[in-house]
Write a protein that binds this ligand. Structure first.
Ligand SMILES: [Zn+2]
Length: 741
């Protein structure tokens, strides 16, 4: 019923002299919302019912078959004054009651006209329910008898005991999935993969059927009638539904809330059981199926069902909790009135009835948040789908733009241009509205906005020295461990080779022997002594060479740096050939960051390649995870060429399944090293050193210990440009990447 309607109606004369009365078998229930009394009138043999306010109820009560409609209305006006229902309200009320056969002494209202009116109401209701017209329903069967059989059981399930059991189930489910959280979120991208679509749809249908049966059982449990179940088609997507609307007539608001929550409760119970099974199984049919059930239940519940900003269960729960009936419609009316009154300057229209300021605040908040939230949901769904099915995502985006953005804008503008009641303030209304549109257009099309790409990087030493086995032999001992900071001249490792030691012993003995020979040679003659002397020096040289070789088996650090030797400890005592790598020492002198940029972001940042002139305009800033307070500027240095299409992630620490990682990984890769999209590897050289050298030791306060392996959040910024330009460029890049234009 429109709250702002004319007091008088041009159709009134057609009913004014009739004397209708209500059917005797109707049941009236009184509801109290926030101390305001409403009445729900229903036919106990059907699911049709009406909710109306006290004034309308007063009017209906006066229709006893003796008074005329006109007389009843006059009495109302005399008694209620301004609160009396308008002629139009009364006409609507009578027309609907008559259509549903709730009136005796039929009114002479054109039945055709009436049907149109009812159609209009019905259409409005669907539109309210769904947000647009692209829904139709196929009723399948009447579950009334089936549900009635289990009404007692349903009362237990949807009562206190049910809540306790659900609570325990949820806790158990949480406890079992938290240890496998990384795996849970890591598989998210695979859920809409082609080969999973069958499972996804099956889980969806079954879960929604359970959800709807939940509504049905709860409604039945508290005395409602559920006479229709079927399938609603959203465009082509089938969704089971159950008509539990008789619960709206429940006098106890907690019962109404319970019926609204019953769907989500049932779904969460099933999802909890699925979660427990999922956590106890490994890859396989059951594991996949339970994962899908969890996905559908959690996304469906938190994004749609429980959210009061969309017209699903959460909305009705909120309306009942706050005791604001018709929350959305009334919020919309209120916002419309506020706009007309304060923006357009329409004077003399009464504010839509409000119980108090708090109710007004809730309604305004709801009305202002609902639209942006719907857009946000739409954009996220399109984004998620487009990752995998680009063309379908694009079609969905176009459809969404028309349905959720275009239609409201066109409707709004045509309202401003042609609504008769805005006649007096037309200039102001039109200029304000177009001013708003122009502001948005100017903002999007002409105001330069920062254009940024965020990514992750890892601190790495620019140079590292590799230590190889100088000679074949055994690794006797290592003085360092992986990741350790060593100072210059600290020992690194010792190798040994028994053969070399024998050779050394022989060389020592050889020197002694040659010395004795030389001495005895000199005793014989000078010439013989000189020959002996040169042989002696040869032996000394051999010993020296041998000693040097032995000395090489003992290695010290030539500079301060970090040890990179992941397997060193396990290899002590092993035999190494000459030239085998033993460990690496990374310099601290120059640390760089190696960052990964998604293929598409890369093309967007550097449309003409990284070597082009304009790439100099790209600014790079970063923050180390260990030192988030310090922003570091970078120069882009080297790009390893030939990285397009490379999906290998050298640093597992950047993967999405690692806490704080952010690069989406391919769920089909068991090792967790394949990225979902190709990445570019860019080397970034900091303008100020990442390590401020004091003594070089970590406990030195002047040392910013950017250890190798530290992660950093990196931001690439292009020169600011209007958002529209940015979007078009992104779209073009996506298109050319997909279709290789
Ligand atoms: Zn539901």
């Amino acid at each position: 019923m429109a709250e702002i309607s004319k007091t008088f109606s041009e159709l009134w004369y057609r009913v004014a002299e009739f004397r209708p009365r209500l059917s005797a078998h109707l049941v009236v229930r009184r509801h109290t919302y926030r101390n305001q009394t409403w009445f729900v009138l229903g036919d106990p043999t059907s699911t049709k019912f009406y909710r109306f306010n006290a004034a309308a109820y007063r009017f209906l009560g006066l229709l006893d078959g003796q008074r005329t409609v006109q007389e009843a209305w006059d009495v109302c006006n005399a008694q209620l004054g301004d609160d009396a229902p308008t002629q139009r309200d009364c006409l609507d009320l009578l027309a609907q009651l008559q259509l549903y056969g709730l009136l005796r002494n039929d009114l002479p209202i054109d039945i055709q006209r009436l049907r149109e009116r009812i159609e209009q109401i019905r259409e409005q209701r669907y539109q309210e329910l769904t947000g647009n017209y692209l829904f139709w329903t196929v009723p399948l069967f009447n579950p009334e008898k089936f549900l009635a059989k289990f009404a007692n059981l349903a009362r237990v399930v949807f009562g206190r005991l049910g809540f306790v059991v659900l609570g325990i189930l949820l806790l158990l489910a949480l406890r079992s999935i938290i240890p496998r959280w990384d795996e849970l979120t890591g598989s998210l991208n695979g859920v809409i993969a082609v080969d999973n679509l069958v499972w996804l749809s099956a889980s969806f249908l079954v879960l929604k059927a359970i959800h709807e049966l939940g509504h049905g059982f709860a409604c039945k449990a508290y005395g409602g009638r559920v006479t229709e179940m079927g399938i609603m088609f959203m465009i082509v997507l089938p969704i089971p539904y159950c008509d539990a609307t008789t619960s709206w007539a429940f006098a106890n608001k907690w019962h109404r809330i319970l019926v609204s929550s019953a769907g989500v409760m049932s779904e969460l119970a099933v999802a909890s059981i699925a979660a427990i099974i999922w956590s106890r199984t490994d890859a396989g049919f059951v594991h996949t199926l339970t994962y899908n059930v969890m996905f559908v239940a959690s996304v469906g519940t938190f994004l749609f069902n429980i959210n009061p900003l969309l017209r699903y269960d959460g909305y009705y729960i909120l309306a009942d909790l706050t005791e604001i009936p018709n929350l959305a419609t009334r919020s919309h009316e209120l916002l419309k009135w506020l706009t007309r009154r304060y923006l357009f300057g329409v004077k003399g229209e009464p504010c839509p009835p409000l119980h108090d300021r708090r109710e007004g605040a809730i309604m305004v908040t709801h009305a202002t948040l609902a639209f942006p939230y719907r857009l946000l949901v739409m954009v996220s769904i399109v984004g998620f789908v487009a990752q995998k099915y680009f063309v379908f995502g694009l079609l969905l985006a176009m459809f969404g733009c028309v349905m959720w953005l275009g239609t409201p804008i066109v409707k709004g503008l045509s309202y401003v241009l042609s609504e008769p009641s805005l006649q007096v303030v037309r200039v102001r209304a039109v200029s304000l509205s177009f001013g708003l549109v122009i502001t948005v257009v100017v903002f999007l099309g002409f105001v330069p906005m920062p254009a940024r790409v965020q990514t992750l990087g890892v601190v790495e030493p620019l140079e590292r020295k590799t230590y190889r086995a100088p000679h074949e032999g055994f690794l006797d001992r290592s003085f360092v461990t992986n990741g350790e900071l060593v100072s210059k001249a600290e020992p690194l490792f010792v190798m040994s080779n028994p053969e070399m030691e024998q050779q050394l012993q022989r060389a020592i003995a050889g020197v002694e022997l040659e010395r004795l020979r030389r001495d005895s040679g000199y005793a014989n003659s000078t010439a013989e002594g000189q020959v002996g002397d040169s042989l002696y020096h040869d032996a000394v040289d051999r010993l020296k060479a041998m000693e040097d070789a032995m000395g090489e088996m003992y290695v010290e650090a030539p500079f301060t740096g970090y040890i990179i030797a992941p397997e060193l400890e396990t290899r002590i005592g092993s035999y190494f050939e000459t030239g085998d790598t033993l460990l690496m020492l990374a310099t601290l002198d120059e640390m760089v960051i190696r960052a990964y940029i998604d293929d598409r972001d890369f093309a967007w940042l550097f449309p003409n390649g990284i070597d082009s002139q304009e790439s100099a305009a790209v600014h790079v800033k970063g923050r180390l995870y260990d030192h988030p307070e310090k922003v570091v500027d970078f120069d882009i240095d080297v790009v390893r060429s030939g990285q397009v299409g490379d999906r290998n992630l050298p640093f597992q620490s950047l993967g999405l399944n690692v806490q704080g990682g952010g690069i989406a990984l391919d769920p089909t890769d068991a090792q967790g090293r394949q990225t979902l999209t190709p990445q570019w590897l860019v080397t970034l050289r900091p303008r100020t050193p990442l390590v401020e050298r004091g003594t070089g030791l970590p406990d030195d306060p002047t040392t910013l210990s950017a250890l190798p392996g530290t992660r950093a959040r990196i931001r690439f910024s292009r020169p600011p440009e209007p958002l529209i330009h940015q979007w078009i460029r992104r779209l073009r890049q996506s298109l050319s990447a997909r279709f290789e234009i």
